[in-house]
Design a protein around this ligand. Structure first.
Ligand code: PAN
Ligand code: ZN
Length: 195
């Protein structure tokens, strides 16, 4: 018998994104995702320091009979070459599982990509609510100088597909420029997709 979902409560520090009772805290460093960045010379140079790129705090699941995951992500400010510190990025294994993000702090970009390779990039700033449609892969990057903090809710049975995006990445890169973040084609993606 699955454990029924009981009412739950947790405490979130809106400024830092820390959930006090987090059941799990995931920490991702550059060494966990060196292939995600296109500038491998910049990756090698920064691997000496091996910075934490982001952390994810997940609220304890009050049961296992379905329901929602509730978590915060905190992406640090920083760059690897001209790319910003960012999450690995994934799609949900379950094609019918959407997700909602609410930005609490900082400035970021949410890059989304459909199964048909359409791309959408949205600005994240305190108060922006993002609906990530089912079937769309998603990755966030911190384009500002303070931590990017966002709150996320998604179905517990969604599952995460990281492999598809680990090697060739997303169809678009978001690069830092004098005029701010620029969305450009990812050359590695086009090559990998060619027959
Ligand atoms: C988020 C992400 C979180 C970290 O909670 O899992 O921001 O990003 P990666 O999972 O791509 O490393 C979410 O989208 N959950 O489904
Ligand atoms: Zn997700």
């Amino acid at each position: 018998m699955p454990t029924p979902i009981l009412p739950g409560v947790a405490h979130l520090d809106l400024a830092t994104g820390v959930i006090t009772e987090a059941a799990e805290v995931i920490e991702r460093r550059l060494s966990d995702m060196p292939q995600s960045y296109h500038d491998q010379a910049a990756v090698r140079a920064l691997l000496v320091e091996n910075p934490v790129l982001y952390r994810v705090y997940t609220m304890p699941q009050p049961g296992d009979a379905g329901g929602w995951f509730v978590a915060t992500s905190i992406v640090g400010p920083g760059r690897v070459g001209t790319e910003y510190f960012m999450t690995k990025g994934h799609s949900h294994a379950q094609d019918t599982a959407p997700e909602v993000y609410l930005t609490l702090n900082g400035n970021g970009m949410l890059l989304m990509q459909s199964r048909a390779d359409e791309s959408v990039a949205q600005w994240m700033k305190p108060g922006t609510i993002h609906y990530i449609s089912a079937g769309w892969a998603h990755r966030t990057m911190n384009v500002g100088s303070e931590p990017l903090v966002f709150f996320a809710v998604w179905p517990v049975d969604a599952g995460h597909d990281y492999e598809t995006y680990a090697e060739r990445g997303f169809a678009k890169l978001i690069l830092a420029s004098d005029d701010g973040p620029r969305v450009v084609d990812n050359p590695k993606y086009a090559k990998a997709a060619a027959p």
